[in-house]
Design a protein around this ligand. Structure first.
Ligand code: MRU
Length: 363
């Protein structure tokens, strides 16, 4: 997608053939800065500190992290240590584990001195595959938006989304945003209600920013407004992403997603979850077993933003001495999900629904 009219991706290999660049998402939307990652520790910190975030992008970044780690130590022990370091960065998004396994499988059978090269090749494949997967989600989800506009006599379809499951969370297109961008590009009128998404405000800082850069009509709302707007008929559908989908169709996504699903159910608003196949954890029978990341309470007691002097500043919103609790994700049960939009098609949020699209997993 584009920033200031220029086509960009969220991560790329530099012309030197080994270092990796990312957009530092902690600075957006006020500052656009590119960070260069030169080693395993740079990558691990970028994921932990959320310079990169969003399940698919975390996976792709970790893949390059393994390549960088293998440049320094391609031994079996070096591979195991690099995998352990990266796997510990964030616990909820399953794409991290998936990407580390994919790269490990691609390099393990090689002699050590060619492992780094094999890892770079695999990381590049993961990146390209993610773009194709997001495009697939967009193509399948597009029919849902088009259907609403046709039924509404050509009026815009109003989509509510939570957090950032946009192109900044992937390599390109996004997951929840892919159908939105495709609709916009095809002239289908679409308007997006963007949840601000406290505590880190990925909706306000990232989703609103990237939709604006693409010229997609959108309005920022506080997290508590969605239920009211659904009662008033101002939301035609919700589309959110997921960091891990259990085999029964339960989905873990950014904290607050569950409340939106409850409100959508109460108001007969379709609640769709967009996901790449890399987000399905076939080893987990139900969402209650998904590990939920606990982040620092400081993300709750403090917010950062642009001061009237034009400086990015952090301020405290709570009383001195109050502590914050910060579960970063919640689990929405499959019964509240209207359908899953995957790169292979749309299915019911259930084991049978998922298996209808991924029959090779039946065993
Ligand atoms: O904590 P984050 O910013 O990594 O959480 C991101 C989300 O919850 C996204 O909605 C999810 O990763 C889906 S990404 C396409």
């Amino acid at each position: 997608m584009r920033i200031d009219g220029k086509r960009m991706r969220t991560i790329w290999l530099n012309p030197d053939g080994w270092s990796v660049s990312i957009i530092d998402q902690r600075k957006l939307p006020h500052l656009f800065e590119i960070a260069t990652l030169q080693g395993l520790d740079d990558v691990a910190r970028a994921i932990e500190d959320m310079a990169v975030r969003g399940a698919p992008l975390i996976g792709a970044t970790a893949a390059y992290g393994l390549a960088l780690g293998l440049r320094d130590d391609p031994s079996d022990a070096g591979l195991a240590e690099a995998v352990a370091r990266l796997a510990a960065t964030r616990p909820t998004a399953i794409n991290l584990k998936w990407a580390l396994e994919a790269v490990s499988d691609a390099v393990r059978h090689h002699v050590p001195h060619v492992r780094a090269e094999a890892a770079y090749i695999k990381a590049a494949e993961i990146v390209e595959a993610d773009v194709a997967v997001s495009r697939g989600i967009g193509e399948h989800g597009l029919s849902l938006l088009r259907g609403v506009v046709e039924a509404n006599g050509g009026n815009p379809v109003n989509v509510l989304t939570h957090c950032n499951a946009g192109w900044l969370a992937t390599i390109d297109w996004g997951t929840a945003t892919a159908p939105i961008y495709m609709a916009h590009q095809q002239g289908i009128p679409v308007h997006v209600w963007v949840d601000e998404t406290r505590p880190r405000n990925q909706g306000a800082a990232l989703t609103a920013y990237e939709l604006g850069q693409e010229g997609v009509s959108h309005t920022l709302i506080v997290d508590n407004a969605g239920g009211h707007m659904m009662q008033r008929g101002q939301v035609d559908m919700c589309i959110v992403g997921t960091d891990r989908t259990a085999a029964n169709g339960d989905v873990a996504n950014k904290i607050g997603t569950y409340l939106k699903a409850l409100a959508a159910c109460d108001n007969d608003v379709p609640f769709y979850v967009a996901l790449p196949h890399t987000t399905i954890d076939w080893t987990l029978a139900r969402g209650a077993d998904i590990p939920i990341e606990e982040r620092s309470g400081r993300e709750v007691t403090h917010v950062s933003g642009l001061s009237s002097e034009g400086k990015v500043t952090e301020v405290q919103v709570s009383a001195l001495g109050s502590h914050g609790a910060n579960p970063a994700f919640d689990v929405t049960p499959a019964r509240l999900v209207t359908s899953l939009i995957t790169d292979r098609g749309i299915c019911a949020a259930s084991r049978d629904g998922l298996l209808s699209l991924f029959p090779e997993r039946a065993a």
